[in-house]
Design a protein around this ligand. Structure first.
Ligand code: C2E
Ligand code: CA
Ligand code: CA
Ligand code: CA
Length: 275
């Protein structure tokens, strides 16, 4: 037993060093990728399951390093801790702006959700960055919806709120991402200018086992607060049917569409309008 214990320590140390050096290598590579504008944006449609209409998109960053797709959770976290997220965020706005300008020729009301990190509020003039992007691509504020996670709000509400209110006064809408995972009190939520709650996938999955207690409560909270709801990570027909029964018809997930590159999205959108 003693020997095994010793080996375990060695194994742990090796893995730990691997993790540190992977992170350092990725940070360096990410810096270069940002300098060369090598990151992509993929788009995932959000649908109204009542009528099958596309109500919007979510922009999701993608990074391919050599032949490896680096998971967004991994490189976004590196971008956040290293301070590169502000630069990454500006490239996201620019690519989303360009895509929307093009898409809105055929789909005039199409809008896109963009994910924001705390550091973007801290390290930059977010309002200015966003307004510049809109001006460049001649888009109204209603074309961009901004997503903040519930945990960001829980940690740093006072830091975020002034910029948030400023953006709201310009006509931007905010979506509360990963809702249900961040322990926000109802009192707190009532006082924040969110337009939509995005129900985290962890509450959608139990619907498969006929467990709808949590998701039902969350939907009721949303209705009570007068907010719109989007269910995230919906993969099966059973989930769609139950969400509709429970009063949530805006749906994002693999069941309807996966995130895809712009060119693929254009084809997908054409097929939708023909169907
Ligand atoms: P998120 O904002 O919660 O995005 C939703 C995630 O769920 C995406 O993962 C999406 O691909 C995935 N997803 C969508 N439908 C389904 C489904 O039916 N089943 C399953 N299993 N998953 C589904 P992704 O693209 O890996 O992104 C992970 C996270 O990385 C995002 O979570 C977001 O927090 C962050 N992220 C991605 N792009 C950006 C960005 O440009 N800026 C910032 N700040 N964060 C980003
Ligand atoms: Ca999101
Ligand atoms: Ca989410
Ligand atoms: Ca998430």
């Amino acid at each position: 037993a003693k020997r095994r214990g010793k080996n375990q320590v060695v194994v742990f140390k090796v893995n730990f060093l691997d993790i540190v050096s992977r992170r350092m290598q990725l940070e360096q590579a990410l810096r270069e990728a940002l300098n060369n504008q090598e990151l992509d944006i993929w788009f995932q449609p959000i649908l109204d399951a009542k009528n099958g209409r596309v109500i919007g998109l979510e922009a999701l960053s993608r990074w391919k390093l050599s032949n490896e797709q680096i998971p967004p959770d991994e490189f976004i976290s590196i971008a956040e801790t290293s301070g590169m997220i502000t630069k990454l965020g500006r490239q996201v706005f620019d690519k989303v702006g360009a895509a929307l300008q093009e898409l809105r020729v055929e789909y005039p009301d199409l809008q896109c959700n963009v994910n924001l990190s705390l550091r973007q509020f801290r390290d930059s003039d977010l309002t200015e960055d966003i307004l510049l992007c809109l001006a460049k691509y001649k888009l109204p504020p209603s074309a961009l919806h901004l997503e903040l996670t519930e945990s960001m709000i829980a940690e740093s509400e006072t830091e975020i709120l002034p910029t948030m209110q400023n953006l709201v006064s310009h006509g931007f809408k905010f979506h509360l991402d990963d809702f249900g995972t961040g322990y926000s009190s109802l009192e707190r939520l009532k006082n924040l200018p969110f337009d939509t709650l995005k129900i985290d996938r962890s509450f959608v999955v139990p619907l498969r086992q006929d467990d709808h207690v949590m998701v039902k409560n969350i939907i009721n909270i949303g209705h009570e607060l007068g907010m719109n709801l989007i269910a995230e990570g919906v993969e099966t027909e059973v989930e769609v049917k139950k969400l509709l029964q429970l009063g949530c018809h805006h749906i994002q997930g693999y069941y309807f569409a996966r995130p895809m590159p712009l060119e693929e999205l254009k084809v997908w959108l054409t097929e939708q309008t023909q169907a």
